[in-house]
Design a protein around this ligand. Structure first.
Ligand SMILES: C[S@@+](CC[C@H](N)C(=O)[O-])C[C@H]1O[C@@H](n2cnc3c(N)ncnc32)[C@H](O)[C@@H]1O
Length: 238
């Protein structure tokens, strides 16, 4: 894994870092149990996903006992991993894929412990779940959303972040071109979709305009996939 952080925008890790380390193999083992009754292809996809997407990075930065909203949650991998690792108090997820939400609901039944998980079938263009959250996440969703909805999506997302809370943004890289194209081919095969990337600088400026501080920019490569992460925090009001 290659990880480059921008030192000028670095988070003071002690603010949020909980000290517990995860890795892809550990998260994949948890996913094997959570998704054991999912259809074959979905099960394999969820179990392999921690090897290509750096979920351990997101999990380590979610504050203990957080309430979290995951936009475009897919089959609920992020929220169920957070619940099973006892990181969160509650998780709310929504996604425009009905079948993905059905798998998420089944996986949530296999989570041990007392975490409240709520999954619903809706798109970013529909009415959103109510409330404010300690963390709002948008992971690998933006390149699927039509460009005309993107500014509104970001405004809605950050409006759900409590003062002092976090907005975690991740998408696939636009550069180098060969990594961007490898992911484009992935989405053509898996999602049967010709995706369009949103430049990271656009995302950053739109979210900062909505009152958030950008504390960290990260680039992480896994196999041929290139990931770009932005960590934002809503300032605590005086
Ligand atoms: C690559 S998957 C990522 C899923 C999940 N965030 C994860 O990281 O495992 C992209 C997800 O975005 C969802 N999605 C695409 N367009 C959407 C929209 N307009 N509203 C809500 N979800 C959408 C898809 O259904 C899919 O589950």
């Amino acid at each position: 894994m290659i990880c480059e952080a921008n030192p000028e925008l670095d988070i003071r890790e002690t603010d949020v870092f909980t000290g517990e380390h995860f890795n892809a193999a550990r998260l994949s083992r948890i996913a094997v149990r959570l998704f054991q009754h999912a259809p074959f292809v979905a099960r394999k996809f969820q179990c392999l996903r921690p090897y290509i997407c750096p979920f351990e990075r997101f999990i380590e930065f979610v504050p203990q006992d957080a309430e979290i909203l995951d936009i475009g949650c897919g089959a609920g991998l992020f929220l169920t991993l957070l619940a099973e690792t006892r990181r969160i108090r509650s998780g709310t997820g929504f996604d425009s894929s009905r079948s993905a939400i059905a798998i998420a609901e089944a996986a949530s039944q296999r989570v041990t412990g007392n975490v409240v998980l709520d999954f619903s079938h809706r798109g970013v263009q529909d009415a959103w779940p109510d409330g404010e959250f300690d963390v709002v996440s948008l992971i690998d969703v933006m390149h699927h959303v039509p460009p005309r909805w993107r500014a509104d999506l970001l405004t809605q997302a950050v409006s759900r972040v409590r003062p002092g809370g976090w907005f975690i943004y991740k998408d696939m890289c636009r550069r180098p071109l060969w990594r961007a194209w490898m992911n484009r081919l992935h989405d053509l095969v898996v999602a049967k979709e010709w995706i369009r990337y949103e430049p990271l600088d656009n995302v950053r400026s739109m979210v900062v305009k909505d009152g958030m501080e950008c504390l960290r920019v990260e680039r992480i490569n896994r196999l041929w996939y290139g990931h770009e992460l932005l960590w934002f925090r809503r300032p605590v009001e005086a």
